[in-house]
Design a protein around this ligand. Structure first.
Ligand code: XMP
Length: 508
């Protein structure tokens, strides 16, 4: 597969560069600037990312450019552009004023291959504290903005290009054209990284790797595990043994309906009813982290016992995706922002299974594209994220089967309501929370003293930050009425209007 290598210098936008390249059906990989892989003949070009560092700092990242600069096509973005200018003997210094946000390219060398089709005035997105005051000899300016003369340059006699702005962000309006020029015209890529191509190669490779071996895989109802399972099953059929555990903390009817969908897809799946076991370990537990641990451990015990029933299993299938892979070998080391509780599922060593992770090169949006291409129903592909510990972390305080039942009913009315009103796909994640308090109400002639629920719906890109959704008032009024009229035990509905940060998406 033709490959572009992105060397990461720690920019917040590195993954975005990769996604923008892949959107043009060109395969790319991100590697830390100090762990450059072997540059095989599949590598058609290299991109240097931005960085939070100044290239003048004593500890600034310094890449080994052997076999790259002057040999392969190179596109250096932001820090990359400054680094190359300084390396060649140019002058980079702190800008008089820091340059963030929108700017326009006032001068463009439209004969330059990188700038083809980009018209004068084109809006670009700047984000830098340093600026390239003077270019070294042999570096030719290819675009400027009003305040940044050296906004882009090419090194003469080389396929080395550099730009001060970020072509990958949405606000650089011709960013896609610029990347296309680099990928197709300069690197000569054939844009063959398509879902169909990925599926064919992956199924072929899985067949070769797994042969006649048995694979065990835990399905969660989420997109990643589903797509991973369908790919593996395309390769080895019923030698893939899927396990789907009902922990009693799923949405209303979810276990039955998702299990039925899995079977419709032809997956060899065993549904395991472990509800009572989960309820019994959760009895009386109120601390959110203790709930998570209890659920994680019980899941492992149940999964382990089931997996042992499948004799001679050699492999464990998992839906690991690319952001998890990059995270574990990033320039900055594993991110501080990942909460320990997000990795509830880890399996014990003694299972001695080898891992097979067919999605480890894909971003989430690519997993969805592959899923659609595999014919998986939109209902499964487009569903909101749902936490592993399920409704347990949406029931504040201890968890009982009765509370789960109430919350399932409330959640169902809300989620079905979003679907019916055509709002479901506009929301990134939604759910209901059962609060540990009761409030006074009046129904008919009677005074009531019943439970309070909160509804939460957020907009987000990756769950790291989020804002509450401005759902229409008449929709909220309808849902609130329906909940109070139909769910026994609830007499008050609130809507959560907190953003993340400072709040989180879940309440526990
Ligand atoms: P927070 O509450 O941290 O949630 O803003 C961010 C995203 O992570 C999900 N989440 C979890 N997922 N196990 C999971 O598998 C967990 O323990 C867990 N806690 C939160 C949450 O639903 C949201 O999508």
């Amino acid at each position: 597969m033709e490959t572009i290598i992105i060397l990461d210098f720690g920019s917040q936008y590195t993954q975005l560069i990769a996604r923008k390249i892949r959107e043009q059906n060109v395969y790319c990989e991100i590697h830390p600037y100090n762990k450059i892989p072997v540059l095989t003949e599949n590598v058609k070009g290299v991109v240097f990312s931005g960085s939070p560092y100044s290239c003048n700092a004593a500890d600034a990242p310094v890449p080994n450019m052997e076999g790259i600069k002057g040999t392969l096509p190179l596109l250096a973005v932001c820090y990359g552009a400054q680094y190359l200018a300084k390396w060649g003997g140019g002058r980079v210094q702190q800008s008089a004023s820091r340059e963030y946000g929108r700017a326009n390219l006032t001068t463009i060398d439209s004969s330059n291959p990188l700038m083809k089709g980009i018209s004068s005035g084109s809006q670009v997105w700047m984000s830098h504290g340093d600026t390239i005051e003077q270019l070294p000899e042999g570096y030719r300016v290819i675009c400027s903005t009003e305040s940044v003369k050296n906004a882009g340059y090419q090194i003469e006699g080389e396929q080395t290009y550099a730009i001060q702005f970020h072509p990958e962000v949405h606000h650089s309006l011709d960013g896609t054209t610029l990347l296309h020029n680099f990928l197709v015209d300069i690197c000569g890529c054939h844009q063959e990284w398509t879902p169909q191509n990925f599926i064919e190669t992956t199924v072929h490779d899985l067949r070769a790797k797994l042969g006649n071996d048995k694979v065990v895989l835990g399905l969660s109802g989420g997109v990643d595990s589903t797509v991973a399972a369908v790919l593996i099953s395309r390769a080895i059929g019923d030698q893939l043994h899927c396990i789907f555990v009902d922990n009693g903390l799923l949405r209303k009817n979810e276990f039955e309906s998702v299990l039925a969908s899995y079977r419709d897809m032809g997956l060899n799946v065993k549904g395991v009813d472990a509800k009572e076991r989960f309820y019994s370990v959760l009895a009386g537990v109120t601390d959110p982290e203790k709930k998570r641990k209890a659920i994680g451990k019980t899941f492992i015990d149940v999964f382990d016992a089931e997996a042992k029933l499948i004799t001679d299993a050699r492999w464990l299938g998992q839906g690991t995706i690319y952001p998890d892979v990059i995270e574990s070998s990033s320039v900055k080391g594993p991110s501080q922002t990942i909460k320990s509780h997000h990795n509830v599922g880890g399996l014990p060593d003694y299972m001695k299974l080898q891992l097979v992770e067919p999605l480890r090169l894909l971003f989430k949006d690519e997993v969805r594209r592959i899923g659609r291409q595999l014919g998986i129903k939109e209902e499964l592909i487009g569903r909101h994220p749902f936490p592993g510990p399920g409704l347990a972390i949406r029931i504040l305080g201890d968890v009982t089967p009765e509370k789960v039942h109430i919350l399932q009913e409330v959640d169902h009315i809300f989620i079905q309501g979003l679907r019916d009103a055509g709002l479901y796909d506009k929301v990134w994640q939604a759910g209901a929370i059962l609060l540990p308090i009761q409030s006074v109400g009046v129904m008919g002639d009677e005074r009531t003293y019943e439970r309070v629920v909160a509804l939460r719906a957020v907009e987000s890109v990756d769950g790291m930050t989020a804002d509450w959704c401005h759902l229409p008032y008449d929709f909220m009024a309808r849902i609130s009425n329906e909940i109070i009229n139909h769910v026994r035990g609830v007499n008050r509905v609130c809507y959560d209007i907190s953003s993340k940060p400072p709040a989180t998406i879940e309440w526990e």
